[in-house]
Design a protein around this ligand. Structure first.
Ligand code: ATP
Ligand code: PRP
Length: 209
């Protein structure tokens, strides 16, 4: 049995066509079904439905053989324990700094609100900016509006969320897409099955691109 960890929402929706290319179609729909383990049309493959930020943990510990996770989540988690064989080029967005639209250039010691503590720390350190990082779990956009932080580090796609909150993007930290990650022991123990799946995904990506 091969277990694949996927998060509900945009990654799941974008991953479905790639999974289908390997003959993997979930029997139930996680939007309407409360099951966390989904059987698929392939009797040797099941999906586990988890939070996006938990995917690297499940794969690193071997609770899932492989998974799909955003590069943002992988960088923040630290992906040393995982293989990352494929950029699936889904759930694309940008990790950026953003401030209030009227805020001056950032200088001196600043406060930064984000759920990406490690990434923000190393980004501001690399720029020689002294930053106090405040960990939040969501609604980062609120922080500059209520005086909690001078700046946020968050994902930007259309820019609509920033705009709706009188913020504007400032600096690009990195482009983000979702990656296929594989448990290192599974890659050895289930080598044939896993490389077969990877080659199906590669072919689907080549056709799509
Ligand atoms: P969790 O459920 O663990 O809190 P989350 O709410 O961030 O995670 P999603 O919103 O489904 O989960 O995001 C999953 C991944 O999709 C992110 O890690 C990122 O790589 C990508 N992503 C997030 N927001 C966007 C967006 N607006 N546009 C495109 N991709 C995005
Ligand atoms: C993500 C991200 C931003 C928003 C950016 O939130 O945290 O808030 O998307 O997208 P935009 O530039 O197209 O507006 P998401 O929709 O995942 O909500 P969540 O953070 O509450 O999960």
């Amino acid at each position: 049995m091969i277990t694949i960890a996927v998060s509900k929402g945009r990654i799941y929706e974008d991953a479905l066509p790639l999974l289908a290319a390997a003959g993997i179609v979930p029997i139930d729909d996680p939007k309407t079904c409360r099951k966390l383990i989904l059987a698929t049309t392939r009797p040797d493959v099941q999906l586990v439905i988890i939070r996006a930020t938990d995917v690297p943990t499940f794969v690193e510990y071997g609770a899932a053989d492989m998974g799909v996770a955003g590069k943002d989540v992988l960088l923040e988690h630290g992906a040393e324990g995982l293989y990352e064989p494929l950029d699936l080029k889904i759930a694309g967005c940008r990790l950026m700094t953003a401030t209030h639209k009227d805020a001056p250039e950032l200088s001196g010691r600043i406060r930064v609100a984000t759920k990406y503590v490690k990434i923000a720390q190393s980004y501001f350190a690399s720029k020689g900016i002294q930053a106090e990082i405040i960990k939040l779990y969501g609604s980062m956009e609120l922080a500059p509006l209520v005086g909690l932080a001078d700046c946020i580090v968050d994902l930007v796609d259309t820019g609509n969320t920033l705009k709706a909150n009188d913020l504007e993007p400032r600096e690009l930290i990195m482009d983000i897409s979702s990656r296929l990650v594989v448990n290192k022991a599974s890659m050895k123990m289930k080598h044939g099955a896993i490389t077969d799946l990877i080659s199906h995904f590669e072919k689907a990506l080549a056709i799509r691109n």
